[in-house]
Design a protein around this ligand. Structure first.
Ligand SMILES: *[C@@H]1O[C@H](CO)[C@@H](O)[C@H](O)[C@H]1NC(C)=O
Ligand SMILES: *[C@@H]1O[C@H](CO)[C@@H](O)[C@H](O)[C@H]1NC(C)=O
Ligand SMILES: *[C@@H]1O[C@H](CO)[C@@H](O)[C@H](O)[C@H]1NC(C)=O
Ligand SMILES: *[C@@H]1O[C@H](CO)[C@@H](O)[C@H](O)[C@H]1NC(C)=O
Ligand SMILES: *[C@@H]1O[C@H](CO)[C@@H](O)[C@H](O)[C@H]1NC(C)=O
Ligand SMILES: *[C@@H]1O[C@H](CO)[C@@H](O)[C@H](O)[C@H]1NC(C)=O
Ligand SMILES: *[C@@H]1O[C@H](CO)[C@@H](O)[C@H](O)[C@H]1NC(C)=O
Ligand SMILES: *[C@@H]1O[C@H](CO)[C@@H](O)[C@H](O)[C@H]1NC(C)=O
Ligand SMILES: *[C@@H]1O[C@H](CO)[C@@H](O)[C@H](O)[C@H]1NC(C)=O
Ligand SMILES: *[C@@H]1O[C@H](CO)[C@@H](O)[C@H](O)[C@H]1NC(C)=O
Length: 870
């Protein structure tokens, strides 16, 4: 038993509360009371009405003043949605049974002088992309169409024709059986639907399709009613005309024919449906027999049987100036003709076709991505059709299903990344996204769009590398590409970060390091006496001790608890954990015999190191200058060194943001050594093991300056080896012996690669030792960033950000030192990268907070509304 029957059975004798409990959306129905603030179940027709939230994304709700509630005002008439802005505004309905299903769609308009102008507006209503009807000036107006859904959604659009603000009171959608009301093409607009002789209008729950049967009893006709319910055989009731409709009829009170005619435009097609059922038990000597003429053509002679329905569909009637039907009694009939119900429909031609479905889906997706439903008045309804209402900035083909061939969204306030849905616009020839705030990288799919010939991405905030395929298409003259005005975008020919052609950057020679057993040796001798530390003094960190402590060997024994705990072992000696009297932990570096030099130099160097203070440099706390033990006492870095974090798998994984922070911290320290100190301090042995992390995971560089101060070149057995640690040594230094800031830049680039990949600089694969730059370069050239990034990050990084760091790292490692940027540039690139990372995290959080909104917004779109949400 269906819901309609249950409800109709219960209607008379069940309390309202029970009915309300049962009330719920009726399968196959969508019922929207436009402008109402809360959903409700109508007490009279038992239909559950929704608000228009989620169905229309423009317009505003409005109430009719209660002064204007007329007789028979129903709940739908008390409020409306008005559309003061834009030419076309639409309701989008996405029923469960979509494309190919036949629906009765009803739109209701009840003016109610809502605007106090006492003058109703006039406007057009479209069903999808075709004109359906015109509203003009009726107090109450309701129109129905029988329509086969062309898509999984249907749009009811109000068109402002310049004669006032369009409004609508209700939109209702009713799923019909596909077999009823057959028609060849177009749709059927209901002209008449009458329950003859009825004392009331009949609809749901009597009518399972919620057709509204208006009561009609023409002049000179009599109502015939059988109050005892007659039984109509459901198998003989193809259009499911309700018994409530059939149990009344109209008969003429004199013995003559009925004649109901319809004026018609010659071009219109018509369908009539006539319903006859004998409701009176006839006497032996009584006969009711009549001929049915439709369109003045004899159709059939009916001798009706009691309680049996005869349905006469006219079929398509065309080309007549007047159409109608009449019923004429035959000669032997003793009774007048009877008619229980009839419907007439006018054929609605649907000349305009909807935009190609894939394009609609994609453009609605893009509309949602950039929130354009709110900012572009014309972006409502079908994107291309009808032509006069197509979306602004779009050009469409005139295919049978129009395709979107160009999109111009210049200066449209777009923010965020380039929408991936653009990829599905396969006929797109021209795309102008210039002068917006588009971010992140230029997606690869743009190069794969088969028809794209013009692409303007200029004046945005895109970053990363322009896909090589896109550059190639542009170079081959197959694409007109504009990308200027994106300060952080690298067009693969030139990148701002280095000012060097990328071919050279990508094609550099990777130093082939064959020995991993090297020991640190310093070659160049620098005259310490000439050093001035002007800027270093300026930048001195006030919180750091300005005076170095001096320790005696005994004190050193004391603070290290007799050298109890070794926390590291560097090139210059072992490092012990110590604790000062105040309780502060320190790292105590005891210089090995091998690395010692004269006291004078040691003291001079220590004093100079004492004034180099920067939050990204490990501070020297004090020293012990004794002939027997040269000791340096540093602040203790509780989180150890970056090398251990990267390579020791028992350590927690450094997140991408932490890695960026480490890179920026180390870059700041190094930049200070290079530019903040005069003369510059060259670290010479930069590597992850020399980047330490304090308890806040702040990176600080250690061991700077040591390689100069504590020369080991008189240790003959190692003096021929290059300075620094294998894997980090500047290849140009190896060939020229020339050590300068750019040598540190090279090492820094290698460190960046280690942060990116989580792999060591040198990796032994079989008998070969490969260098990190050599390992990653082919992958970078292939654009295969995912396989470069440390898998321990489990994909938790932004590609754009990773590309940026890869780009910076690459810029640091050309063989020719002159091609490497200086630390200031490296630092600013990394800082920017981190700023974007942080703002994107904020953005994500903002986005998450807005998720409800964006779900709501997207649910307005046919492309995204889930059919089973309704
Ligand atoms: C109509 O447009 C105006 C101006 O753009 C705007 O302030 C108003 O909110 C819009 N009204 C509706 C119902 O969208
Ligand atoms: C129309 O008049 C009624 C009172 O008579 C008032 O409440 C309502 O706001 C007015 N509507 C408009 C659109 O001015
Ligand atoms: C019935 O309709 C025809 C047209 O179909 C018209 O000529 C005729 O006058 C009508 N007769 C009556 C009685 O209304
Ligand atoms: C109404 O129908 C019942 C049977 O369903 C029948 O007995 C009765 O005579 C009918 N009434 C009239 C006025 O024909
Ligand atoms: C039909 O028969 C009844 C009696 O059964 C009678 O009263 C009536 O006048 C007859 N009607 C006609 C048209 O003959
Ligand atoms: C009813 O239609 C037929 C066929 O067109 C016609 O001959 C007849 O005159 C019509 N009856 C009336 C009363 O108009
Ligand atoms: C006559 O009626 C039948 C149904 O009884 C229908 O199929 C047919 O199309 C009708 N013919 C005309 C000419 O209206
Ligand atoms: C997009 O529109 C702007 C101005 O409306 C125009 O200057 C520009 O040329 C258009 N872009 C394309 C690709 O046609
Ligand atoms: C492209 O269209 C297909 C098919 O409708 C869909 O599955 C896919 O998600 C779309 N891609 C994008 C990026 O929107
Ligand atoms: C790439 O950028 C450089 C420097 O900004 C510029 O000279 C060159 O024309 C650009 N190439 C393309 C194809 O836009």
């Amino acid at each position: 038993m269906d819901m309609a029957k249950i409800l109709s059975l219960m209607f008379g004798f069940v309390s309202l509360h029970v009915v309300i409990l049962l009330a719920q959306p009726i399968p196959g129905f969508i019922s929207i009371d436009s402008g109402v603030t809360n959903e409700y179940t109508d007490t009279y027709n038992r239909i559950y009405y929704e608000t228009d939230t989620g169905y229309a994304d423009t317009g505003t709700n409005w109430q009719v003043s209660s002064d204007n509630f007329g007789d028979g005002f129903d709940a739908r008439s008390k409020n409306m949605r008005i559309f003061p802005n834009g030419t076309r505004n639409c309701y989008t309905l996405r029923p469960q049974n979509g494309k190919g299903n036949k629906y009765l769609i009803r739109a209701s308009f009840s003016y109610g002088n809502y605007d106090n102008r006492s003058s109703p507006p006039a406007f057009d209503i479209h069903i999808d992309v075709n004109s359906w009807l015109t509203y003009s000036g009726s107090r109450y107006f309701c129109q129905e169409v029988i329509y086969i859904l062309q898509r999984d959604y249907v749009q009811v659009c109000l068109i402002n024709t310049g004669n006032g603000v369009p409004f609508i009171s209700a939109v209702e959608l009713r799923l019909l059986d596909n077999g009823i009301y057959p028609f060849e093409s177009g749709a059927l607009v209901r002209e008449d639907r009458y329950a003859m002789g009825s004392s009331r209008s009949i609809r749901y729950p009597d009518d399972p399709f919620d057709r509204i049967w208006y009561k009609l009893l023409p002049e000179d006709f009599q109502a015939a009613t059988n109050t005892t319910a007659i039984e109509i055989d459901p198998n003989n009731n193809p259009y499911k005309v309700p018994t409530a409709v059939l149990k009344t009829a109209a008969v003429s009170n004199v013995l003559r024919s009925f004649n109901l005619s319809r004026p018609s435009n010659s071009m219109d097609g018509w369908h009539f449906y006539l319903y006859f059922a004998e409701i009176q038990l006839l006497q032996q000597n009584q006969t009711r027999e009549f001929s049915v003429y439709i369109d003045n053509m004899f159709n059939t002679t009916e001798n009706l049987e009691y309680s049996t329905l005869t349905t006469i569909p006219s079929g398509l009637l065309t080309g007549q100036t007047i159409v109608g039907f009449n019923l004429t009694s035959t000669a032997r009939s003793t009774l007048s003709p009877i008619i229980n119900a009839f419907e007439t429909y006018k054929v609605l031609e649907l000349p305009n076709s909807m935009t190609y479905p894939g394009d609609v889906e994609a453009i609605y997706n893009i509309r949602t991505t950039y929130g354009l439903a709110k900012t572009k008045e014309s972006w409502q309804g079908d994107p291309c059709s009808p032509v006069q209402y197509k979306w602004s900035g779009l050009t469409c083909s005139d295919d049978s299903a129009p395709r979107i061939v160009s999109i111009n969204l210049t200066s449209s306030g777009l923010t965020g990344p380039i929408a991936p849905a653009l990829a599905n616009l396969t006929s797109l020839q021209s795309l102008d996204l210039s002068n917006n705030q588009l971010m992140e990288s230029v997606p690869d799919f743009l190069a794969q769009m088969p028809s794209l010939k013009i692409l303007n991405l200029g004046g945005n905030n895109l970053n990363g590398l322009v896909p090589l395929d896109l550059m190639k298409k542009a170079a081959d003259g197959m694409l007109l590409l504009s990308i200027e005005g994106n300060p952080n975008l690298c067009n693969s020919s030139y990148c701002k970060s280095t000012g060097e052609p990328s071919e050279r950057r990508l094609g550099f020679v990777v130093p082939l390091v064959t020995s991993v057993s090297g020991v640190i040796v310093v070659v160049s001798l620098v005259t310490i006496a000439a050093v001035t530390w002007s800027r270093a003094r300026e930048r001195r960190d006030e919180s750091s001790p300005s005076m170095l402590k001096t320790f005696t060997p005994t004190e050193i024994e004391g603070i290290t608890n007799n050298f109890k705990m070794i926390i590291g072992e560097g090139a210059f000696g072992k490092v012990y954990l110590g604790r000062l009297d105040g309780g502060a932990e320190v790292a105590v570096k005891v210089l090995s015999q091998m690395s010692r030099q004269g006291h004078k130099e040691f003291q001079a160097e220590v004093k100079l190191l004492a004034v180099v203070h920067h939050r990204n440099l490990v501070s020297l706390v004090g020293y012990c200058d004794d002939p027997k033990s040269l000791v340096l006492v540093y602040e203790y870095m509780s989180n150890g060194n970056v090398r251990d974090h990267l390579l020791r798998h028992e350590m927690p994984v450094l997140s991408w943001l932490q890695r960026l922070q480490i890179a920026v911290g180390a870059a700041q320290g190094l930049e200070y050594l290079h530019s903040g100190c005069k003369p510059p301090i060259i670290h010479r042995d930069l590597k992850p093991a020399n980047i330490l992390l304090d308890n806040n995971m702040q990176a600080k560089i250690a061991d700077f300056g040591l390689s100069r101060a504590f020369r080991t070149d008189y240790d003959s057995h190692v003096s021929t080896n290059p300075a620094g640690t294998p894997g980090y040594v500047d290849p140009e230094y190896e060939s020229t012996g020339n050590f300068n800031q750019k040598s540190d830049i090279y090492s820094f680039g290698v460190i960046l690669f280690e942060l990116i990949t989580g792999q060591p600089a040198l990796l032994k694969e079989g008998h070969r030792v490969t260098h990190i730059v050599r390992r990653v370069t082919p992958l970078i050239e292939r654009g295969d960033i995912e396989s470069i990034i440390d898998p321990r990050l489990q994909g938790k990084f932004r590609i754009a950000s990773a590309w940026k760091v890869v780009e910076v790292a690459l810029s640091c490692v050309p063989t020719a030192a002159v091609q490497r940027p200086d630390m200031g540039l490296v630092l600013s690139e990394l800082k920017e990268c981190m700023a974007q990372e942080i703002s994107s995290l904020h953005g994500q959080r903002r986005g998450a907070g807005n998720q409800c909104n964006s779900i709501e917004m997207s649910s307005l779109d046919p492309s995204e509304m889930s059919p089973d949400s309704r």
